[in-house]
Design a protein around this ligand. Structure first.
Ligand SMILES: O=P(O)(O)OC[C@H]1O[C@H](OP(=O)(O)OP(=O)(O)O)[C@H](O)[C@@H]1O
Ligand SMILES: O=c1cc[nH]c(=O)[nH]1
Ligand SMILES: [Mg+2]
Length: 206
């Protein structure tokens, strides 16, 4: 399943991020706000269970989330989506996976992994602003499945058909959410038109 979240607020904020003159502070703030808006949509189908409660007026049946949510940002750039999602799901646990893409081969390399226990019972959101070749997302999901995760959602800001197809081919069971589906990758593996190097723009490197 691929869902492109076409919402005017998301598109407006993403446009600010795409502009080359947007600095680190505004880039980060817009990303944080988009993360919150995307989380609202991504969480739309979270399972709930009925609970008997008492309001000040009397008894009723309410509904509470019935499964734990685990957010897994792909370091570094995925960190930019973490706080916005956590504001909506403050009880979520957080795992981390560090991946960098070799600039020549475009192949991802894992350099860090730390996950909470019981991934098998959780709804795991893998988050990374950019879905380019899809190599980083595919490997991150492999690592999470190896630890038992069964229900996985991939939340990215900007993707291209190549990356979407790579994830769908390797992990047909994973739902993919994007804020925009861009055109193609250039010869250096950057998304066109994209927004440049997300990690560098979030953290002010380069
Ligand atoms: O789909 P892919 O072709 O694998 O490319 C996407 C990856 O590239 C970027 O990370 P990068 O390697 O620049 O690391 P960073 O987050 O530390 O900047 C981005 O944040 C993704 O993780
Ligand atoms: O366009 C791209 C592709 C990969 N990683 C980024 O940060 N940007
Ligand atoms: Mg980067």
């Amino acid at each position: 399943m691929l869902e492109v979240l076409n919402h005017p607020l998301i598109t407006h904020k993403l446009t600010q991020m795409r502009k080359k003159e947007t600095g680190t502070k505004d880039f980060r703030e817009n990303l944080d706000e988009i993360a919150e808006l995307m989380a609202y949509e991504v969480c739309r189908d979270l399972p709930t269970r009925p609970v008997s409660i008492e309001t000040p007026i009397g008894p009723t049946t309410g509904f509470e989330l019935s499964r734990e949510v685990v957010i897994v940002p792909i370091l570094r750039a995925g960190i930019g989506l973490l706080d916005g999602i956590r504001r909506l799901v403050p009880t979520a646990k957080v795992g981390f996976i560090g991946m960098y893409r070799d600039e020549e081969t475009l192949k991802p390399h894992e350099y860090f992994a730390k996950f909470p226990s019981n991934l098998d019972e959780a709804i795991v959101m893998v988050v990374d602003p950019m879905l380019a070749t899809g190599g980083s997302a595919v490997d991150a999901i492999n690592a999470i499945k190896k630890r038992g995760a069964k229900t996985i959602k991939l939340v990215s800001l900007v993707g291209v058909p190549e990356g979407v197809q790579a994830v769908q081919h390797a992990h047909p069971d994973v739902d993919i959410y994007l804020a925009a589906l861009d055109d193609h990758l250039n010869e250096k593996g950057y998304i066109v038109p994209g927004l440049g190097d997300a990690g560098d723009r979030i953290f002010g490197t380069k």
